[in-house]
Design a protein around this ligand. Structure first.
Ligand code: GLY
Length: 369
Protein backbone atom coordinates (compact mmCIF):
# COMPACT_ATOMS: atom_id res chain seq x y z
CA UNK A 1 0.00 0.00 0.00
CA UNK A 2 1.31 3.49 -0.75
CA UNK A 3 -0.10 6.57 0.85
CA UNK A 4 -0.40 9.67 -1.26
CA UNK A 5 -3.24 11.01 0.81
CA UNK A 6 -3.05 12.81 4.09
CA UNK A 7 -4.32 11.95 7.49
CA UNK A 8 -5.05 14.31 10.38
CA UNK A 9 -4.97 14.22 14.14
CA UNK A 10 -6.39 16.84 16.47
CA UNK A 11 -4.54 18.05 19.53
CA UNK A 12 -7.57 18.90 21.65
CA UNK A 13 -6.79 21.91 23.81
CA UNK A 14 -9.97 23.97 23.73
CA UNK A 15 -9.27 27.32 22.08
CA UNK A 16 -5.65 26.29 21.47
CA UNK A 17 -6.60 23.09 19.60
CA UNK A 18 -4.85 22.39 16.32
CA UNK A 19 -4.42 19.85 13.60
CA UNK A 20 -1.42 17.70 12.79
CA UNK A 21 -1.49 16.66 9.13
CA UNK A 22 0.65 13.71 8.01
CA UNK A 23 1.15 12.42 4.48
CA UNK A 24 3.44 12.02 1.51
CA UNK A 25 3.36 14.54 -1.29
CA UNK A 26 0.51 16.52 0.27
CA UNK A 27 2.47 19.59 1.39
CA UNK A 28 1.80 21.34 -1.92
CA UNK A 29 -1.74 21.83 -0.60
CA UNK A 30 -0.57 23.56 2.59
CA UNK A 31 -0.73 27.03 1.00
CA UNK A 32 -4.45 26.70 0.28
CA UNK A 33 -5.09 25.41 3.83
CA UNK A 34 -3.21 28.31 5.38
CA UNK A 35 -4.88 30.76 3.05
CA UNK A 36 -8.30 29.83 4.38
CA UNK A 37 -7.20 30.15 8.03
CA UNK A 38 -4.69 33.04 7.90
CA UNK A 39 -5.11 34.58 4.45
CA UNK A 40 -4.42 38.12 5.64
CA UNK A 41 -1.24 37.27 7.49
CA UNK A 42 2.32 37.84 6.36
CA UNK A 43 4.43 34.68 6.61
CA UNK A 44 8.10 34.21 7.43
CA UNK A 45 9.64 30.81 6.87
CA UNK A 46 12.42 30.51 9.42
CA UNK A 47 14.93 27.78 8.71
CA UNK A 48 18.68 27.09 8.59
CA UNK A 49 20.92 27.18 5.50
CA UNK A 50 21.08 23.40 5.12
CA UNK A 51 17.31 22.86 5.26
CA UNK A 52 16.73 25.97 3.17
CA UNK A 53 18.87 24.45 0.41
CA UNK A 54 16.89 21.19 0.55
CA UNK A 55 13.29 22.30 1.06
CA UNK A 56 13.12 26.10 1.48
CA UNK A 57 12.40 27.00 -2.14
CA UNK A 58 9.61 24.40 -2.34
CA UNK A 59 7.87 25.72 0.76
CA UNK A 60 8.23 29.35 -0.32
CA UNK A 61 6.76 28.46 -3.70
CA UNK A 62 3.85 26.64 -2.01
CA UNK A 63 2.98 29.71 0.03
CA UNK A 64 3.50 32.16 -2.84
CA UNK A 65 1.40 30.03 -5.21
CA UNK A 66 -1.49 30.42 -2.74
CA UNK A 67 -1.01 34.21 -2.90
CA UNK A 68 0.31 34.36 0.64
CA UNK A 69 2.86 37.07 1.34
CA UNK A 70 5.92 35.10 2.40
CA UNK A 71 9.68 35.41 2.71
CA UNK A 72 12.45 33.34 4.24
CA UNK A 73 14.82 34.04 7.11
CA UNK A 74 17.81 31.78 7.62
CA UNK A 75 19.22 31.36 11.13
CA UNK A 76 22.45 29.58 12.09
CA UNK A 77 22.35 25.83 12.33
CA UNK A 78 22.73 23.56 15.35
CA UNK A 79 22.33 23.41 19.10
CA UNK A 80 24.99 26.13 19.58
CA UNK A 81 22.61 28.59 17.89
CA UNK A 82 19.75 27.82 20.26
CA UNK A 83 20.24 31.08 22.15
CA UNK A 84 18.47 34.31 22.97
CA UNK A 85 20.85 35.95 20.52
CA UNK A 86 19.32 33.98 17.63
CA UNK A 87 15.82 34.82 18.86
CA UNK A 88 16.90 38.46 18.88
CA UNK A 89 17.97 38.19 15.24
CA UNK A 90 14.46 36.99 14.40
CA UNK A 91 12.99 40.00 16.24
CA UNK A 92 15.39 42.32 14.34
CA UNK A 93 14.23 40.90 11.02
CA UNK A 94 10.55 41.24 11.92
CA UNK A 95 10.81 44.72 13.41
CA UNK A 96 12.99 46.12 10.62
CA UNK A 97 10.46 44.88 8.06
CA UNK A 98 7.51 46.18 10.07
CA UNK A 99 5.81 42.88 10.74
CA UNK A 100 2.72 43.34 12.90
CA UNK A 101 0.47 41.02 14.85
CA UNK A 102 -0.91 39.44 11.69
CA UNK A 103 2.26 37.49 11.23
CA UNK A 104 2.76 33.74 11.06
CA UNK A 105 6.19 32.23 11.58
CA UNK A 106 6.74 28.92 9.80
CA UNK A 107 9.39 26.80 11.50
CA UNK A 108 10.97 24.63 8.79
CA UNK A 109 13.52 22.24 10.25
CA UNK A 110 14.29 19.93 13.14
CA UNK A 111 13.86 20.38 16.86
CA UNK A 112 16.32 23.23 17.24
CA UNK A 113 14.61 25.40 14.61
CA UNK A 114 11.16 24.49 15.98
CA UNK A 115 12.12 25.38 19.55
CA UNK A 116 13.69 28.74 18.64
CA UNK A 117 10.96 29.81 16.24
CA UNK A 118 8.21 28.69 18.62
CA UNK A 119 9.69 30.87 21.35
CA UNK A 120 10.03 33.83 18.98
CA UNK A 121 6.38 33.37 17.91
CA UNK A 122 5.28 33.31 21.54
CA UNK A 123 7.14 36.47 22.50
CA UNK A 124 7.11 38.71 19.41
CA UNK A 125 4.34 41.30 19.95
CA UNK A 126 3.09 39.02 22.77
CA UNK A 127 2.29 36.26 20.34
CA UNK A 128 1.94 35.74 16.60
CA UNK A 129 0.97 32.72 14.49
CA UNK A 130 3.08 29.59 14.36
CA UNK A 131 3.16 26.71 11.89
CA UNK A 132 5.54 23.83 12.52
CA UNK A 133 6.90 22.07 9.43
CA UNK A 134 9.25 19.47 10.89
CA UNK A 135 11.90 17.88 8.66
CA UNK A 136 13.42 15.28 11.01
CA UNK A 137 11.76 12.17 12.39
CA UNK A 138 12.44 13.35 15.93
CA UNK A 139 10.73 16.68 15.39
CA UNK A 140 7.81 15.03 13.56
CA UNK A 141 7.02 12.67 16.42
CA UNK A 142 8.02 14.82 19.35
CA UNK A 143 9.21 18.40 19.39
CA UNK A 144 6.87 19.95 16.81
CA UNK A 145 3.82 18.76 18.77
CA UNK A 146 2.85 19.88 22.26
CA UNK A 147 4.08 23.45 22.47
CA UNK A 148 7.39 23.18 24.32
CA UNK A 149 9.58 25.93 22.90
CA UNK A 150 12.68 27.71 24.08
CA UNK A 151 16.41 28.22 24.03
CA UNK A 152 19.43 27.24 26.10
CA UNK A 153 21.14 29.30 28.78
CA UNK A 154 24.90 29.06 29.34
CA UNK A 155 24.12 27.27 32.60
CA UNK A 156 21.79 24.67 31.12
CA UNK A 157 19.70 23.40 28.23
CA UNK A 158 16.15 24.64 27.56
CA UNK A 159 16.11 26.81 30.68
CA UNK A 160 14.35 29.70 28.90
CA UNK A 161 11.11 29.07 27.09
CA UNK A 162 7.36 29.00 26.89
CA UNK A 163 4.47 26.71 26.14
CA UNK A 164 3.37 27.97 22.74
CA UNK A 165 1.03 25.65 20.90
CA UNK A 166 1.36 25.90 17.12
CA UNK A 167 -1.64 26.72 14.95
CA UNK A 168 -0.82 23.83 12.70
CA UNK A 169 1.73 21.00 12.34
CA UNK A 170 2.41 19.94 8.75
CA UNK A 171 4.29 16.64 8.41
CA UNK A 172 5.51 15.82 4.89
CA UNK A 173 7.10 12.38 4.57
CA UNK A 174 9.04 13.45 1.45
CA UNK A 175 11.28 15.45 3.77
CA UNK A 176 12.46 12.25 5.45
CA UNK A 177 14.04 11.00 2.25
CA UNK A 178 16.95 13.43 2.66
CA UNK A 179 17.39 12.82 6.41
CA UNK A 180 20.81 11.30 7.27
CA UNK A 181 20.60 7.71 8.53
CA UNK A 182 21.87 8.44 12.05
CA UNK A 183 19.31 11.23 12.46
CA UNK A 184 16.55 8.89 11.33
CA UNK A 185 17.65 6.23 13.81
CA UNK A 186 17.87 8.78 16.59
CA UNK A 187 14.24 9.76 15.94
CA UNK A 188 13.25 6.10 16.19
CA UNK A 189 14.14 6.12 19.90
CA UNK A 190 11.24 8.51 20.54
CA UNK A 191 8.94 6.31 18.43
CA UNK A 192 9.86 3.25 20.52
CA UNK A 193 9.24 5.35 23.63
CA UNK A 194 5.56 5.73 22.67
CA UNK A 195 5.16 1.96 22.53
CA UNK A 196 6.81 1.65 25.92
CA UNK A 197 4.68 4.27 27.64
CA UNK A 198 1.22 3.72 26.15
CA UNK A 199 0.81 1.01 23.55
CA UNK A 200 2.10 -2.56 23.76
CA UNK A 201 0.53 -3.41 20.39
CA UNK A 202 2.44 -0.57 18.77
CA UNK A 203 5.61 -1.98 20.33
CA UNK A 204 4.77 -5.37 18.73
CA UNK A 205 4.26 -3.60 15.38
CA UNK A 206 7.70 -1.96 15.65
CA UNK A 207 9.32 -5.33 16.41
CA UNK A 208 7.62 -6.94 13.44
CA UNK A 209 8.38 -4.15 10.95
CA UNK A 210 11.96 -3.03 11.63
CA UNK A 211 13.07 -3.72 8.04
CA UNK A 212 10.25 -1.72 6.48
CA UNK A 213 10.78 1.13 8.91
CA UNK A 214 14.53 1.32 8.31
CA UNK A 215 13.78 1.06 4.58
CA UNK A 216 11.58 4.16 5.09
CA UNK A 217 8.59 2.55 3.37
CA UNK A 218 5.75 5.03 3.15
CA UNK A 219 3.03 3.01 4.82
CA UNK A 220 5.31 2.02 7.72
CA UNK A 221 6.44 5.63 8.20
CA UNK A 222 2.88 6.88 8.04
CA UNK A 223 1.81 4.38 10.67
CA UNK A 224 4.62 5.03 13.13
CA UNK A 225 4.42 8.82 12.83
CA UNK A 226 0.65 8.81 13.08
CA UNK A 227 0.57 6.54 16.14
CA UNK A 228 3.36 8.51 17.85
CA UNK A 229 1.54 11.81 17.22
CA UNK A 230 -1.77 10.32 18.42
CA UNK A 231 -0.20 9.26 21.70
CA UNK A 232 1.57 12.57 22.14
CA UNK A 233 -1.62 14.49 21.31
CA UNK A 234 -3.59 12.42 23.83
CA UNK A 235 -1.07 13.01 26.62
CA UNK A 236 -0.65 16.74 25.87
CA UNK A 237 -4.44 17.19 25.78
CA UNK A 238 -4.61 15.73 29.27
CA UNK A 239 -1.76 17.80 30.68
CA UNK A 240 -0.57 20.70 28.55
CA UNK A 241 1.99 22.12 30.98
CA UNK A 242 3.51 18.93 32.40
CA UNK A 243 1.94 19.17 35.82
CA UNK A 244 1.36 15.39 35.85
CA UNK A 245 0.81 12.78 33.19
CA UNK A 246 2.85 14.58 30.51
CA UNK A 247 5.93 13.57 32.47
CA UNK A 248 5.54 10.05 31.06
CA UNK A 249 6.86 11.46 27.77
CA UNK A 250 10.18 11.72 29.58
CA UNK A 251 10.77 7.96 29.80
CA UNK A 252 14.52 7.45 29.45
CA UNK A 253 15.18 11.18 29.50
CA UNK A 254 16.50 11.46 33.07
CA UNK A 255 19.37 9.03 32.40
CA UNK A 256 19.52 10.20 28.77
CA UNK A 257 19.94 13.90 29.57
CA UNK A 258 22.60 13.00 32.13
CA UNK A 259 24.70 11.13 29.57
CA UNK A 260 24.19 13.92 27.02
CA UNK A 261 25.34 16.45 29.63
CA UNK A 262 28.35 14.37 30.72
CA UNK A 263 29.49 14.13 27.11
CA UNK A 264 29.04 17.91 26.69
CA UNK A 265 26.20 17.46 24.19
CA UNK A 266 28.74 16.62 21.51
CA UNK A 267 29.08 12.86 21.25
CA UNK A 268 25.57 11.56 21.73
CA UNK A 269 22.47 12.46 19.77
CA UNK A 270 19.32 13.09 21.81
CA UNK A 271 17.62 9.91 20.58
CA UNK A 272 20.70 7.85 21.38
CA UNK A 273 20.63 9.21 24.93
CA UNK A 274 16.92 8.33 25.14
CA UNK A 275 17.62 4.78 23.92
CA UNK A 276 20.35 4.23 26.52
CA UNK A 277 18.18 5.97 29.12
CA UNK A 278 15.14 3.77 28.46
CA UNK A 279 17.29 0.69 28.97
CA UNK A 280 18.62 2.07 32.27
CA UNK A 281 15.04 2.94 33.33
CA UNK A 282 14.01 -0.66 32.59
CA UNK A 283 16.87 -2.02 34.67
CA UNK A 284 15.83 0.29 37.48
CA UNK A 285 12.23 -0.86 37.02
CA UNK A 286 13.25 -4.53 37.29
CA UNK A 287 14.36 -3.64 40.80
CA UNK A 288 11.66 -1.25 41.94
CA UNK A 289 8.55 -2.28 39.96
CA UNK A 290 9.03 -5.95 39.03
CA UNK A 291 9.43 -5.03 35.38
CA UNK A 292 10.09 -8.34 33.62
CA UNK A 293 13.73 -8.97 32.68
CA UNK A 294 12.54 -10.45 29.37
CA UNK A 295 10.82 -7.14 28.54
CA UNK A 296 14.11 -5.29 29.06
CA UNK A 297 15.64 -7.79 26.65
CA UNK A 298 12.87 -7.19 24.09
CA UNK A 299 13.47 -3.44 24.28
CA UNK A 300 17.23 -3.93 23.94
CA UNK A 301 16.81 -6.21 20.90
CA UNK A 302 14.48 -3.74 19.19
CA UNK A 303 16.76 -0.76 19.84
CA UNK A 304 19.77 -2.67 18.57
CA UNK A 305 17.97 -3.72 15.40
CA UNK A 306 17.20 -0.06 14.87
CA UNK A 307 20.91 0.71 15.24
CA UNK A 308 20.56 2.42 18.60
CA UNK A 309 22.87 2.08 21.61
CA UNK A 310 21.66 0.23 24.68
CA UNK A 311 24.48 0.79 27.16
CA UNK A 312 25.35 4.00 28.96
CA UNK A 313 28.76 5.53 28.60
CA UNK A 314 30.72 4.87 31.78
CA UNK A 315 31.28 7.80 34.15
CA UNK A 316 31.52 7.76 37.95
CA UNK A 317 28.05 7.14 39.34
CA UNK A 318 28.40 10.31 41.46
CA UNK A 319 28.70 12.30 38.23
CA UNK A 320 25.50 10.74 36.91
CA UNK A 321 23.66 11.48 40.15
CA UNK A 322 24.91 15.10 40.02
CA UNK A 323 23.87 15.50 36.38
CA UNK A 324 20.41 14.07 37.11
CA UNK A 325 19.98 16.40 40.08
CA UNK A 326 20.82 19.44 37.94
CA UNK A 327 18.27 18.59 35.25
CA UNK A 328 15.68 21.35 35.03
CA UNK A 329 12.94 18.80 35.62
CA UNK A 330 14.20 18.29 39.17
CA UNK A 331 14.81 21.89 40.11
CA UNK A 332 12.05 21.65 42.66
CA UNK A 333 14.10 19.16 44.66
CA UNK A 334 13.24 15.56 43.92
CA UNK A 335 14.32 13.44 40.99
CA UNK A 336 11.30 11.91 39.30
CA UNK A 337 11.66 8.77 37.27
CA UNK A 338 9.32 7.36 34.68
CA UNK A 339 9.26 3.69 35.57
CA UNK A 340 7.91 1.02 33.21
CA UNK A 341 5.68 -1.56 34.90
CA UNK A 342 5.31 -3.56 31.70
CA UNK A 343 5.64 -2.73 28.01
CA UNK A 344 2.91 -0.16 27.33
CA UNK A 345 2.47 1.03 30.92
CA UNK A 346 4.58 3.37 33.02
CA UNK A 347 4.27 5.20 36.32
CA UNK A 348 5.94 8.32 37.69
CA UNK A 349 7.89 7.73 40.89
CA UNK A 350 9.71 10.18 43.15
CA UNK A 351 10.61 7.66 45.86
CA UNK A 352 13.58 6.04 44.16
CA UNK A 353 16.67 5.82 46.39
CA UNK A 354 20.14 6.75 45.14
CA UNK A 355 21.46 3.22 45.75
CA UNK A 356 18.73 1.83 43.46
CA UNK A 357 19.73 4.33 40.77
CA UNK A 358 23.40 3.44 41.24
CA UNK A 359 22.61 -0.28 40.84
CA UNK A 360 20.74 0.46 37.59
CA UNK A 361 23.65 2.58 36.35
CA UNK A 362 26.18 -0.13 37.18
CA UNK A 363 24.09 -2.66 35.26
CA UNK A 364 23.81 -0.30 32.28
CA UNK A 365 27.39 0.78 31.64
CA UNK A 366 29.13 -0.29 28.50
CA UNK A 367 31.67 -2.99 29.27
CA UNK A 368 29.43 -4.60 31.88
CA UNK A 369 27.73 -7.10 29.60
N1 GLY B 1 9.36 16.02 24.70
C1 GLY B 1 8.51 15.78 25.78
C2 GLY B 1 7.33 16.71 25.84
O1 GLY B 1 7.03 17.36 24.87
O2 GLY B 1 6.70 16.81 26.85
Amino acid sequence: MTTDTKTSIEVALGPRSYEITIGKGWIDGLGADLCSSFGKNRFVIVTNPEIDALHGARLLEILSAADLRAETLSIPEGEAAKTLDTVSKIYDFLIERKYGRQTTLVALGGGVVGDIVGFAADSFLRGVGLVQVPTTLLSMVDSSVGGKTGVNHRLGKNLIGAFKQPDRVAIELDFLQTLPEEEFRSGMAEVVKYGMIRDAEFFDYLEANVGRIIGRETDALTHIIRRSCEIKAEVVSQDETEAGVRMILNLGHTFGHAVEMLTNYREIRHGEGVAMGMMAACRLAEDVADFPVESTKRLGDLLQKLGLPVLLKRFETEKYLGAMASDKKVRSGCVRFVIPERIGTVVIRDDIEDDEVVAALEASFSGTE
